[in-house]
Design a binder for this molecule. Sequence first.
Ligand SMILES: [Cu+2]
Length: 160
Amino acid sequence: MSDDEVDTLLFGSTYTGGAFAEAGDVTQAVLDLTPGQWLAAGGFEEPQPPVYFNVAGEMPDSLLEPSASATITMADYSFAIAAGQLTAGPQVIKVENAGSQPHHIYMGRSTVPLTDADLETIAINPDEHLSHVVSIQTISAGNAVWLPITLSPGPHVLFC
Ligand SMILES: [Cu+2]
């Protein structure tokens, strides 16, 4: 596959996002699936066979959004809490990609305050330094996903 073909596949496909579940965990997400062929895939270290499926019908003109207590907006290389706030306890968050490229989120929690220098070290292997909270799979530009999550108090770090 040529670099151009890889670019076409990567940037010509729509990524809906979704949530990553560790072995034995259960996770949920609300996704907008437009009509067409989709591929469900997972398991980077132990790849699972991909599942292709078709979504039929028409996308409704006015979809009601799930109610979210906070919106995390991803841009081309930044994050912002664009609406609401993240609080300790269970909640539904909306994650939207306002950038021009696909983005994803790894969210981890630290037990100690972190400096910018700490983040550069942590970014190499976040699981060594943080408690994994949630991983939100790749979302294409202009798309959003809603996830129920439960947060504990403390500093949280987002990586893409
Ligand atoms: Cu990104």
